[in-house]
Design a protein around this ligand. Structure first.
Ligand code: X6L
Ligand code: MG
Ligand code: MG
Length: 158
């Protein structure tokens, strides 16, 4: 079994319901065990800024799926939740990204692990730090990376 971290986001429709639905689909997979789910965070959009704020979470799982199988399952959840790809970096009902998968790295066209932008994005790092505060990325703790980041706004939903 492999530990992996996923980043989920939604900014279209009922954002919380979309995240809950994606979580339910992850939970119901026979080869995925959910270990931790972060709080929900309202986050300022990055990339394409003329869009609604996102709701983002991070999830820790244990899985017997390979990285490619996990990617394909995440993409099937995106299809089930009717994700459309109209504007690059634009609004989406759901986005599921593999952030980390054990110590696995992949730089292929289809699958890039660790997630290439995760160390620059407060909307990824803040929820991730909540569930794995001791995680070290390229020799730095998440708190150290966040301290150097001029990050977008991230507000925990209380
Ligand atoms: C220059 C060029 C600066 C590109 C930033 C950043 C592109 C992030 C794409 C960028 C650039 C992304 C989310 C989001 C997106 C999300 C919040 C992406 C993909 N996804 N903003 N923007 N949460 N808050 O999940 O991450 S688009
Ligand atoms: Mg993403
Ligand atoms: Mg994605």
């Amino acid at each position: 079994m492999a530990k992996a971290f996923l980043g989920l986001g939604s900014n279209l429709g009922d954002k919380r319901a979309n995240l809950e639905e994606a979580l339910k689909k992850l939970k119901n997979h026979p080869r995925i065990e959910i270990l931790k789910v972060s709080s929900f965070y309202e986050t300022e959009p990055v990339g394409f800024i003329e869009q609604d704020w996102f709701l983002n979470i991070a999830v820790k799982i244990d899985t017997s799926l390979t990285p490619l199988e996990l990617l394909e399952f995440c993409q099937s959840i995106e299809r089930d939740l009717l994700r459309k790809r109209e504007i690059r970096w634009g609004p989406r009902t759901i986005d599921l990204d593999i952030l980390l998968y054990e110590n696995f790295t992949s730089q292929s066209e289809k699958l890039t692990i660790p997630h290439p932008r995760m160390k620059e994005r407060a909307f990824v790092l803040v929820p991730l730090e909540e569930i794995e505060p001791d995680l070290v990325l390229d020799g730095l703790k998440i708190s150290q990376i966040l301290a150097k980041l001029n990050g977008e706004k991230v507000k925990k939903v209380e």
